[in-house]
Ligand binder design. Sequence first.
Ligand code: XUL
Length: 538
Amino acid sequence: MSIYLGFDSSTQSLTVLAIEIDGSRRRRIFEHSLEFDVHFPAYGTRNGVLPADNPLVAHSPPLLWVEALDVLMGILAKESGIPLEQVCAISGSGQQHGSVYLNNRATAALEALDPARPLADQIETLLSRRTSPIWMDSSTAEECREITEAIGGDKVLAALTGSRAFERFTGPQIRKFSKEDARGYARTDKIHLVSSFMASLLAGKHAPIDPGDGAGMNLMGIVSKLWAPAALRATAEGLETKLSDLKESWSMVGNLSSYWVRRYGFSPRTKVISWSGDNPCSLIGVGLVKQGKVAISLGTSTTFFGFLPRPIVDPTGSGHVFGSPTGDYMSLICFENGGLARDEVRKEHGLDWQGFSMALRSTPPGNRGGVMLPWFKPEITPRVHQPGVRRYHLDPRDGAGNVRAVVEAQMMAISNHSQWMGVSISTVHATGGSAVNRDILQVMADVLDAEVYQFQISNSAALGAALRAYHADGLTDGNSLPWEKVVAGFAEPLRESRIKPRPEAVKVYARLKPIYAACEAHSLRGGEDPSPGLLRFR
Ligand code: XUL
């Protein structure tokens, strides 16, 4: 019997998921989450993010992640009932793009962590930047412009790194830091992603960055899977000496550091496997290990992604190509106004989640032509810098109408903005916290004209990380399991959960989707007024 742990260090919480594998018997044996705002209020975060005057700025305190890891390991040791000495390997998933900055004392200090003292106290003095810019930050438009110009344009950067310059990507964020705090940048010895930082804490040494998460930086060659010298030069001076190495997703970072062994009773033989980004881990956790199907993750962000055998770059500039932890590729589009936007609407109209579902059931597909552009925060897809909700033929006081409008908007935006991937969508694997809500998934099925499936384990990022630990554990022992066998029994959609598209609703959305696109164009670029189209639609 072997036990594997998968962590998910996300925007709002840290989760651990333990799986047990005994031949063909496979089961989840433990899952526990710590909500940052609730369990660590001293850090002052809201939804995991530090309040800021500028709506474009989104930073989180890295020490919060450190403390959460320490506390969660304590819970594993004291409350889970898991025989820790039987944990073979640990991996994890991190919110993508976020970065952590360490000084030159970090290398030695990570190797000599004192198990008698809390981890956060020992990491605090190693930070050369107190806060970490995260994926919700969109304050680097100027740096994106500078990098794009230096490299020779959007298309050149996208062909080189898999994406044009995006505000939340780590390269533009590093450039902004180097310009605004040159001394802090000079004091920085090592720049980690959230994923490689968390793995470093476990292994007690600097962990590599994997191509899944490395592709979200505008710094890695998407074909070579090496740092791209031209991108590094365009970003910041001396960057090549500050980045961790890039290594395959299945690399073993080392054994678990003696800090965890002595403090909590793990085996010193436990392997730490490279962490990856949350979306690449989710790709594994929903079983997308070959081409064909796509997944939608309804977490803090909404993402739409699929497996790719080869990198295809989005000519429209809104999507990305990342590495897949299988060594292949994945395509992805990301929407910032996901879970928090739905929650805003729910709270605004005094509803609980059951009321939210009732509202969806009591309103017709197409919402009688009531459209919302749900840009509560700046939006990534399409690029929106001035947040603010826009409504067309929709009364802001109409609770049920606004609930339907926010969900329809999210699904229509996915449908419209994913055309570049060129995939005909017939099946969607739904994951993330809100994937438990079948009324939201019915709208997804109707808008996309696809069958939607749920999974037994909704935290696909943590599950994907645990499965990656299992796969890599086998590899280091010379036993290479095909990915289909790795995910079998865990990452398979539940047959009985199938939600079918309703033909009448599909027809409605086929008419509404181009009008929704016109609403976006009108609002962003002053395109043609979509009102006549909406009136005809009604
Ligand atoms: C993906 C992205 C988000 C974060 C959320 O590009 O920015 O999905 O990974 O944690």
